[in-house]
Design a protein around this ligand. Structure first.
Ligand SMILES: Nc1ncnc2c1ncn2[C@@H]1O[C@H](COP(=O)(O)OP(=O)(O)O)[C@@H](O)[C@H]1O
Ligand SMILES: [Mg+2]
Length: 251
């Protein structure tokens, strides 16, 4: 599959001082846990760090909510709406911050669309083309988790699965949990198939939280070390870029 798309670059090269650190993986793989620890660590060293979460742009919030509630989305419209959300965050938040020299930590990025939208049935080529405006991540971490481990982590302590989250729109199974399992399995297969294509740093997400965090930090130092020391924007300790007080690092 990798060769089919290799004639054109996937993303826009980052020519700015700042960095973009991305975490990817199926639900329950531990992405948010690891990114939160990493961002605390980076902040504790005085770097200006900002967060961007998937599907969080105010521009499309109302439409997303309404469309989900009424179960109106097709795979294509759902994909386009996520791309709109992404474009808005890219242009109004991520790019200006990276240009100014900050480190932006993204909880899910374009590869989430590559995995999820394709699991929904849109074409691999089409969705990659859609996201070509995205800034190339400085580091793209993929938290590799067997399906059962991830499902065990999330199905235990949470409310009912939501319609689209479980892929119920695809008619994979009548049972929500069974549908979720099949859908997450498809997403996992897509992530596994794109590792080389998108240049993932693969983290074994079955390791302890501390072990994974240690590996992540090693990779950050090894891959970004020199450029972190030179170009990155600093900010007063204990403040994040939104001016909120941040808690001290956990690890
Ligand atoms: N290495 C780990 N081992 C065991 N449980 C973990 C690990 N990492 C995270 N968890 C737990 O699994 C759940 C999902 O973690 P989270 O970081 O929210 O995953 P994601 O953001 O990928 O969905 C949380 O309850 C979290 O505390
Ligand atoms: Mg999360």
């Amino acid at each position: 599959m990798g060769t089919a798309f290799s004639d054109m670059p996937l993303f826009v090269p980052n020519r700015y001082r700042g960095k973009l650190i991305v975490v990817e993986g199926i639900d329950g793989s531990g992405k948010s846990t690891q990114l939160s620890l990493l961002s605390h660590w980076l902040r504790s060293q005085g770097y200006a760090v900002a967060f961007s979460e998937w599907n969080s742009s105010p521009l499309v919030r109302q439409t997303t909510r309404r469309g989900k509630k009424k179960e109106m989305f097709t795979p294509t419209t759902f994909s386009l709406l996520h791309a709109t959300d992404f474009a808005d965050r890219m242009e109004s938040y991520i790019l200006p911050l990276v240009k100014s020299g900050a480190i932006v930590c993204a909880d899910r990025y374009a590869c989430t669309a590559f995995a999820r939208d394709v699991a929904r049935g849109v074409s691999r080529r089409w969705v990659r083309n859609l996201y070509r405006f995205a800034l190339h991540p400085s580091l793209n971490f993929y938290f590799r988790t067997p399906l059962d481990v991830a499902l065990g982590r999330i199905l235990g302590g949470r409310d009912a699965l939501k319609y689209y989250e479980a892929g119920m729109d695809l008619g994979l199974a009548r049972d929500v949990e069974e549908s979720f399992r099949i859908f997450q399995g498809r997403i996992l297969d897509e992530y596994e198939a794109m590792i080389e294509e998108v240049g993932f740093h693969v983290i074994d997400a079955t390791l302890s939280i501390e072990e994974q965090q240690g590996i992540m930090r090693e990779i950050v130092v090894r891959e970004l070390g020199d450029s972190l020391r030179n170009g990155i924007l600093h900010q007063p300790a204990g403040r994040d870029l939104n001016g909120k007080t941040t808690t001290s690092p956990v690890l």
